[in-house]
Design a protein around this ligand. Structure first.
Ligand code: ACO
Length: 402
């Protein structure tokens, strides 16, 4: 049935690699991961150092341009981003079309996809200036759209961006401020938000980034490509894992129930997995998870919450890391394991978690999209398949079918 030799003859080589576990889809200079050692570098800089010393817009500049900005370049970049934080006024009417109880990720897929209808003056991908304007627009407008999705879901009026605030504080303001009341920024929460954005900014060829590249390889406009990335990110095996991890911790509920869930996660007849554990690339502790754990402690201390789910999480981690099954399969907590508890303590409902991930990852998607468009070796993505269907047969007229 399957004539691999024919395919081989056509292409010179044919590989069958479900999940692309050993297929490099592109060359990239943006992000490096050493999964065995637990190393993550953005343009060569370790994530720990960026999270400690940098801020999110520094990270955006670095990912987009390849170098850290000088003070002058940073000032100019911040100015360009803040110039674009507003969304077209008609976007707010567009939002009214969604049901009140729509998942904010559904709203994000729709509204980001619609950006190309509002900003067609930056959709000519052959023009480097338009490509950069579209990139800046995406980075600037994502927090605004995400906050609008949140406000819409809780029935509160949209808050406009305040361009005198830094990126993370402005986002928190748009989410949590209410009209006629001055917004009191909390520097610890702003720092935590900024760090969460840094940690999620890029992660080489994961499912959503590969989706953005594949969509973009046909020449689709950047807004449409990012919308495709958001759709891919939504799944529980990817960006939806932080929401799933928190739900799991809540379901476990108390430390004494952990062994039952550990047992279930190892049972091959049970589809249950420990959410926030395991990673396709990291076969070592995810370096982002360590920073996330520390950020989680800082946020809980600041807001004065003694969250029993943190106790469940820490005990679950302790038990799993000394369990033969997890050791043998090299399953460690990933970045999503502690981010849910942190975001909840900051006041976000679970269905916003993946939205925040999308806000952060937008710069990675756009940097990867730009790199692909600017790569002279770029071609439309067109994987082959291993056909295992019927061999040739004659068409049967409707009345004669059995
Ligand atoms: N709990 C229990 N067992 C697990 C887990 C887990 N979380 N993750 C993997 N395993 C087991 C699998 O059952 C499999 O066992 P087997 O070899 O006996 O069949 C083995 O480990 C390998 O798992 P795969 O699914 O083949 O590994 P893959 O690399 O394809 O999957 C993934 C990685 C999707 C992240 C997986 O570990 C998982 O589902 N984790 C939970 C969801 C999650 O946290 N996702 C977030 C990823 S990070 C991110 O997107 C930011």
């Amino acid at each position: 049935v399957i004539d691999i030799s024919k395919l081989y003859a056509q292409t010179g080589m044919f590989t069958y690699d479900p999940g692309f576990t050993s297929t490099g889809s592109c060359e990239s200079k943006i992000t490096y991961i050493d999964g065995d050692e637990g190393v993550l570098l953005y343009r060569g800089y370790p994530i720990e150092q960026i999270a400690e010393g940098g801020d999110f817009l520094d990270t955006c500049y670095l990912l987009l341009y390849g170098e850290l900005p000088t003070s002058e370049q940073k000032l100019d970049f911040v100015k360009r981003v803040t110039n674009h934080t507003m969304v077209h006024e008609q976007m707010s009417r567009f939002f009214q079309g969604f049901r009140r109880d729509a998942h904010p990720m559904a709203i994000m897929v729709g509204s980001v996809g619609a950006l190309s209808a509002f900003y067609h003056d930056s959709t000519d991908i052959s023009d480097p200036t338009q490509r950069m304007i579209a990139s800046i627009r995406m980075i600037a407008k994502m927090p605004t759209l995400a906050a609008m999705a949140f406000k819409y879901s809780i029935g509160q009026p949209f808050m406009y961006p305040q361009n005198d605030l830094d990126y993370a504080t402005n986002f928190l303001q748009m989410c949590f401020a209410v009209p006629c009341e001055p917004y009191k920024a909390n520097p610890i929460l702003s720092k935590a938000m900024d760090r969460i954005f840094i940690l999620h900014a890029d992660h080489e060829q994961n499912a959503s980034t590969s989706t953005v590249r594949l969509a973009g390889s046909s020449g689709a406009n950047p807004f449409a490509c990012i919308a495709a990335g958001i759709a891919s990110l939504w799944g529980p095996a990817h960006g939806g894992a932080n929401e799933a991890a928190l739900k799991m911790l809540a379901e476990i509920g108390s430390v004494d129930r952990i062994p039952e869930y550990i047992k279930r996660s190892k049972d091959k007849n049970d589809s249950f997995r420990l959410m926030g554990f395991g990673h396709r690339v990291y076969k070592h502790y995810d370096p982002r998870a360590k920073i996330m754990q520390q950020t989680c402690h800082e946020v809980l201390k600041e807001v004065g919450i003694n969250d029993p789910l943190l106790d469940v999480a820490m005990e679950l981690e302790r038990i799993a890391l000394s369990d033969d099954y997890f050791i043998e399969k090299k399953l460690y907590p990933n970045v999503d394991f502690y981010s849910g508890i942190t975001l909840r303590a900051m006041g976000f409902p679970t269905d916003m978690f993946t939205v925040l991930f999308a806000v952060a990852r937008t710069v990675g998607w756009i940097a990867q999209w730009k790199e692909m468009i600017e790569d002279p070796a770029q071609k439309i993505g067109r994987p082959r398949q291993l056909y295992s269907g019927a061999t040739r047969r004659d068409y049967v007229a409707e009345g004669k079918r059995k």
